[in-house]
Design a protein around this ligand. Sequence first.
Ligand SMILES: NC(=O)c1ccc[n+]([C@@H]2O[C@H](COP(=O)([O-])OP(=O)(O)OC[C@H]3O[C@@H](n4cnc5c(N)ncnc54)[C@H](OP(=O)(O)O)[C@@H]3O)[C@@H](O)[C@H]2O)c1
Length: 251
Amino acid sequence: MKCVLITGASSGIGQQLAIDYAGAGWHVIACGRDRDKLQQALADSPIGDFRVFDTTDTQACETALAGDSEHIDLAILNAGTCEYIDNVRRFDATMFSRIINTNVLGTANCLAPLLRRMVRGSRIAIVSSSVTFLPLTRAEAYGASKAALDYLCRSLAIDCANQGLEFTLIRPGFVDTPLTERNDFAMPGRVDAATASNAIRRGLAQGKREICFPRLFTLILRIFSRLPMNLWHCLAVRMVRKVKTREAANG
Ligand SMILES: NC(=O)c1ccc[n+]([C@@H]2O[C@H](COP(=O)([O-])OP(=O)(O)OC[C@H]3O[C@@H](n4cnc5c(N)ncnc54)[C@H](OP(=O)(O)O)[C@@H]3O)[C@@H](O)[C@H]2O)c1
């Protein structure tokens, strides 16, 4: 039986992945930081094992992820969070550090024990975001954290290639989850968690190094990302100005 370990399995994309992999007969190690929430979220699925730890706690990650010899075929490092910056002139360094801590250092804390124990033929997938195609308004903290994951994942893929350990970078567009419920702006191309899980599982089964979805939305971002940086800068500034003018007009 194949074994998948998923962080952030108590909600959203991670929860759906855990349900779908368990439904497909995989042994699922579902990780979260709140045992009740995790068990409730996956109550109807045959989950093999629950691991409860906060990914920002280095020692807790070591204890939870290094302590057994179970073979892991696939680890999906998905736990993450998002906050936007409303007023950059009141830059909140504490919030910035919170996002970096969860998204970047939390992922590194999980990687450390997994890199020691995972063997040839297994795969580590890191959930980044399509936000990294382009610098976007208000996404200074979230975008910076996910850009760090992009680099980390691609760099690890090079250094682990000779040991037969594979890496996949996952870059979703907008997905309907508790994380995006809080968003107060239009989310073009938004898909539900089931669609996201299908795209991720299909891409992983095909051994892709990068999984971007939904296809049209991420293709448009990719095209814009090829523009000269000055041109994108002017377009983005103009879009922000338009939105602010509309907001001011609406009181
Ligand atoms: N939704 C989107 O549109 C979208 C787009 C691009 C990328 N992503 C990425 O996809 C991943 C999953 O997001 P989602 O939309 O499914 O969000 P979500 O529903 O809020 O789920 C986030 C998961 O991460 C867990 N988590 C957060 N901080 C943690 C910590 N310190 N330790 C352990 N677990 C922690 C949460 O646990 P609790 O339940 O305990 O809070 C939850 O299980 C994130 O990395 C996110 O950045 C999402």
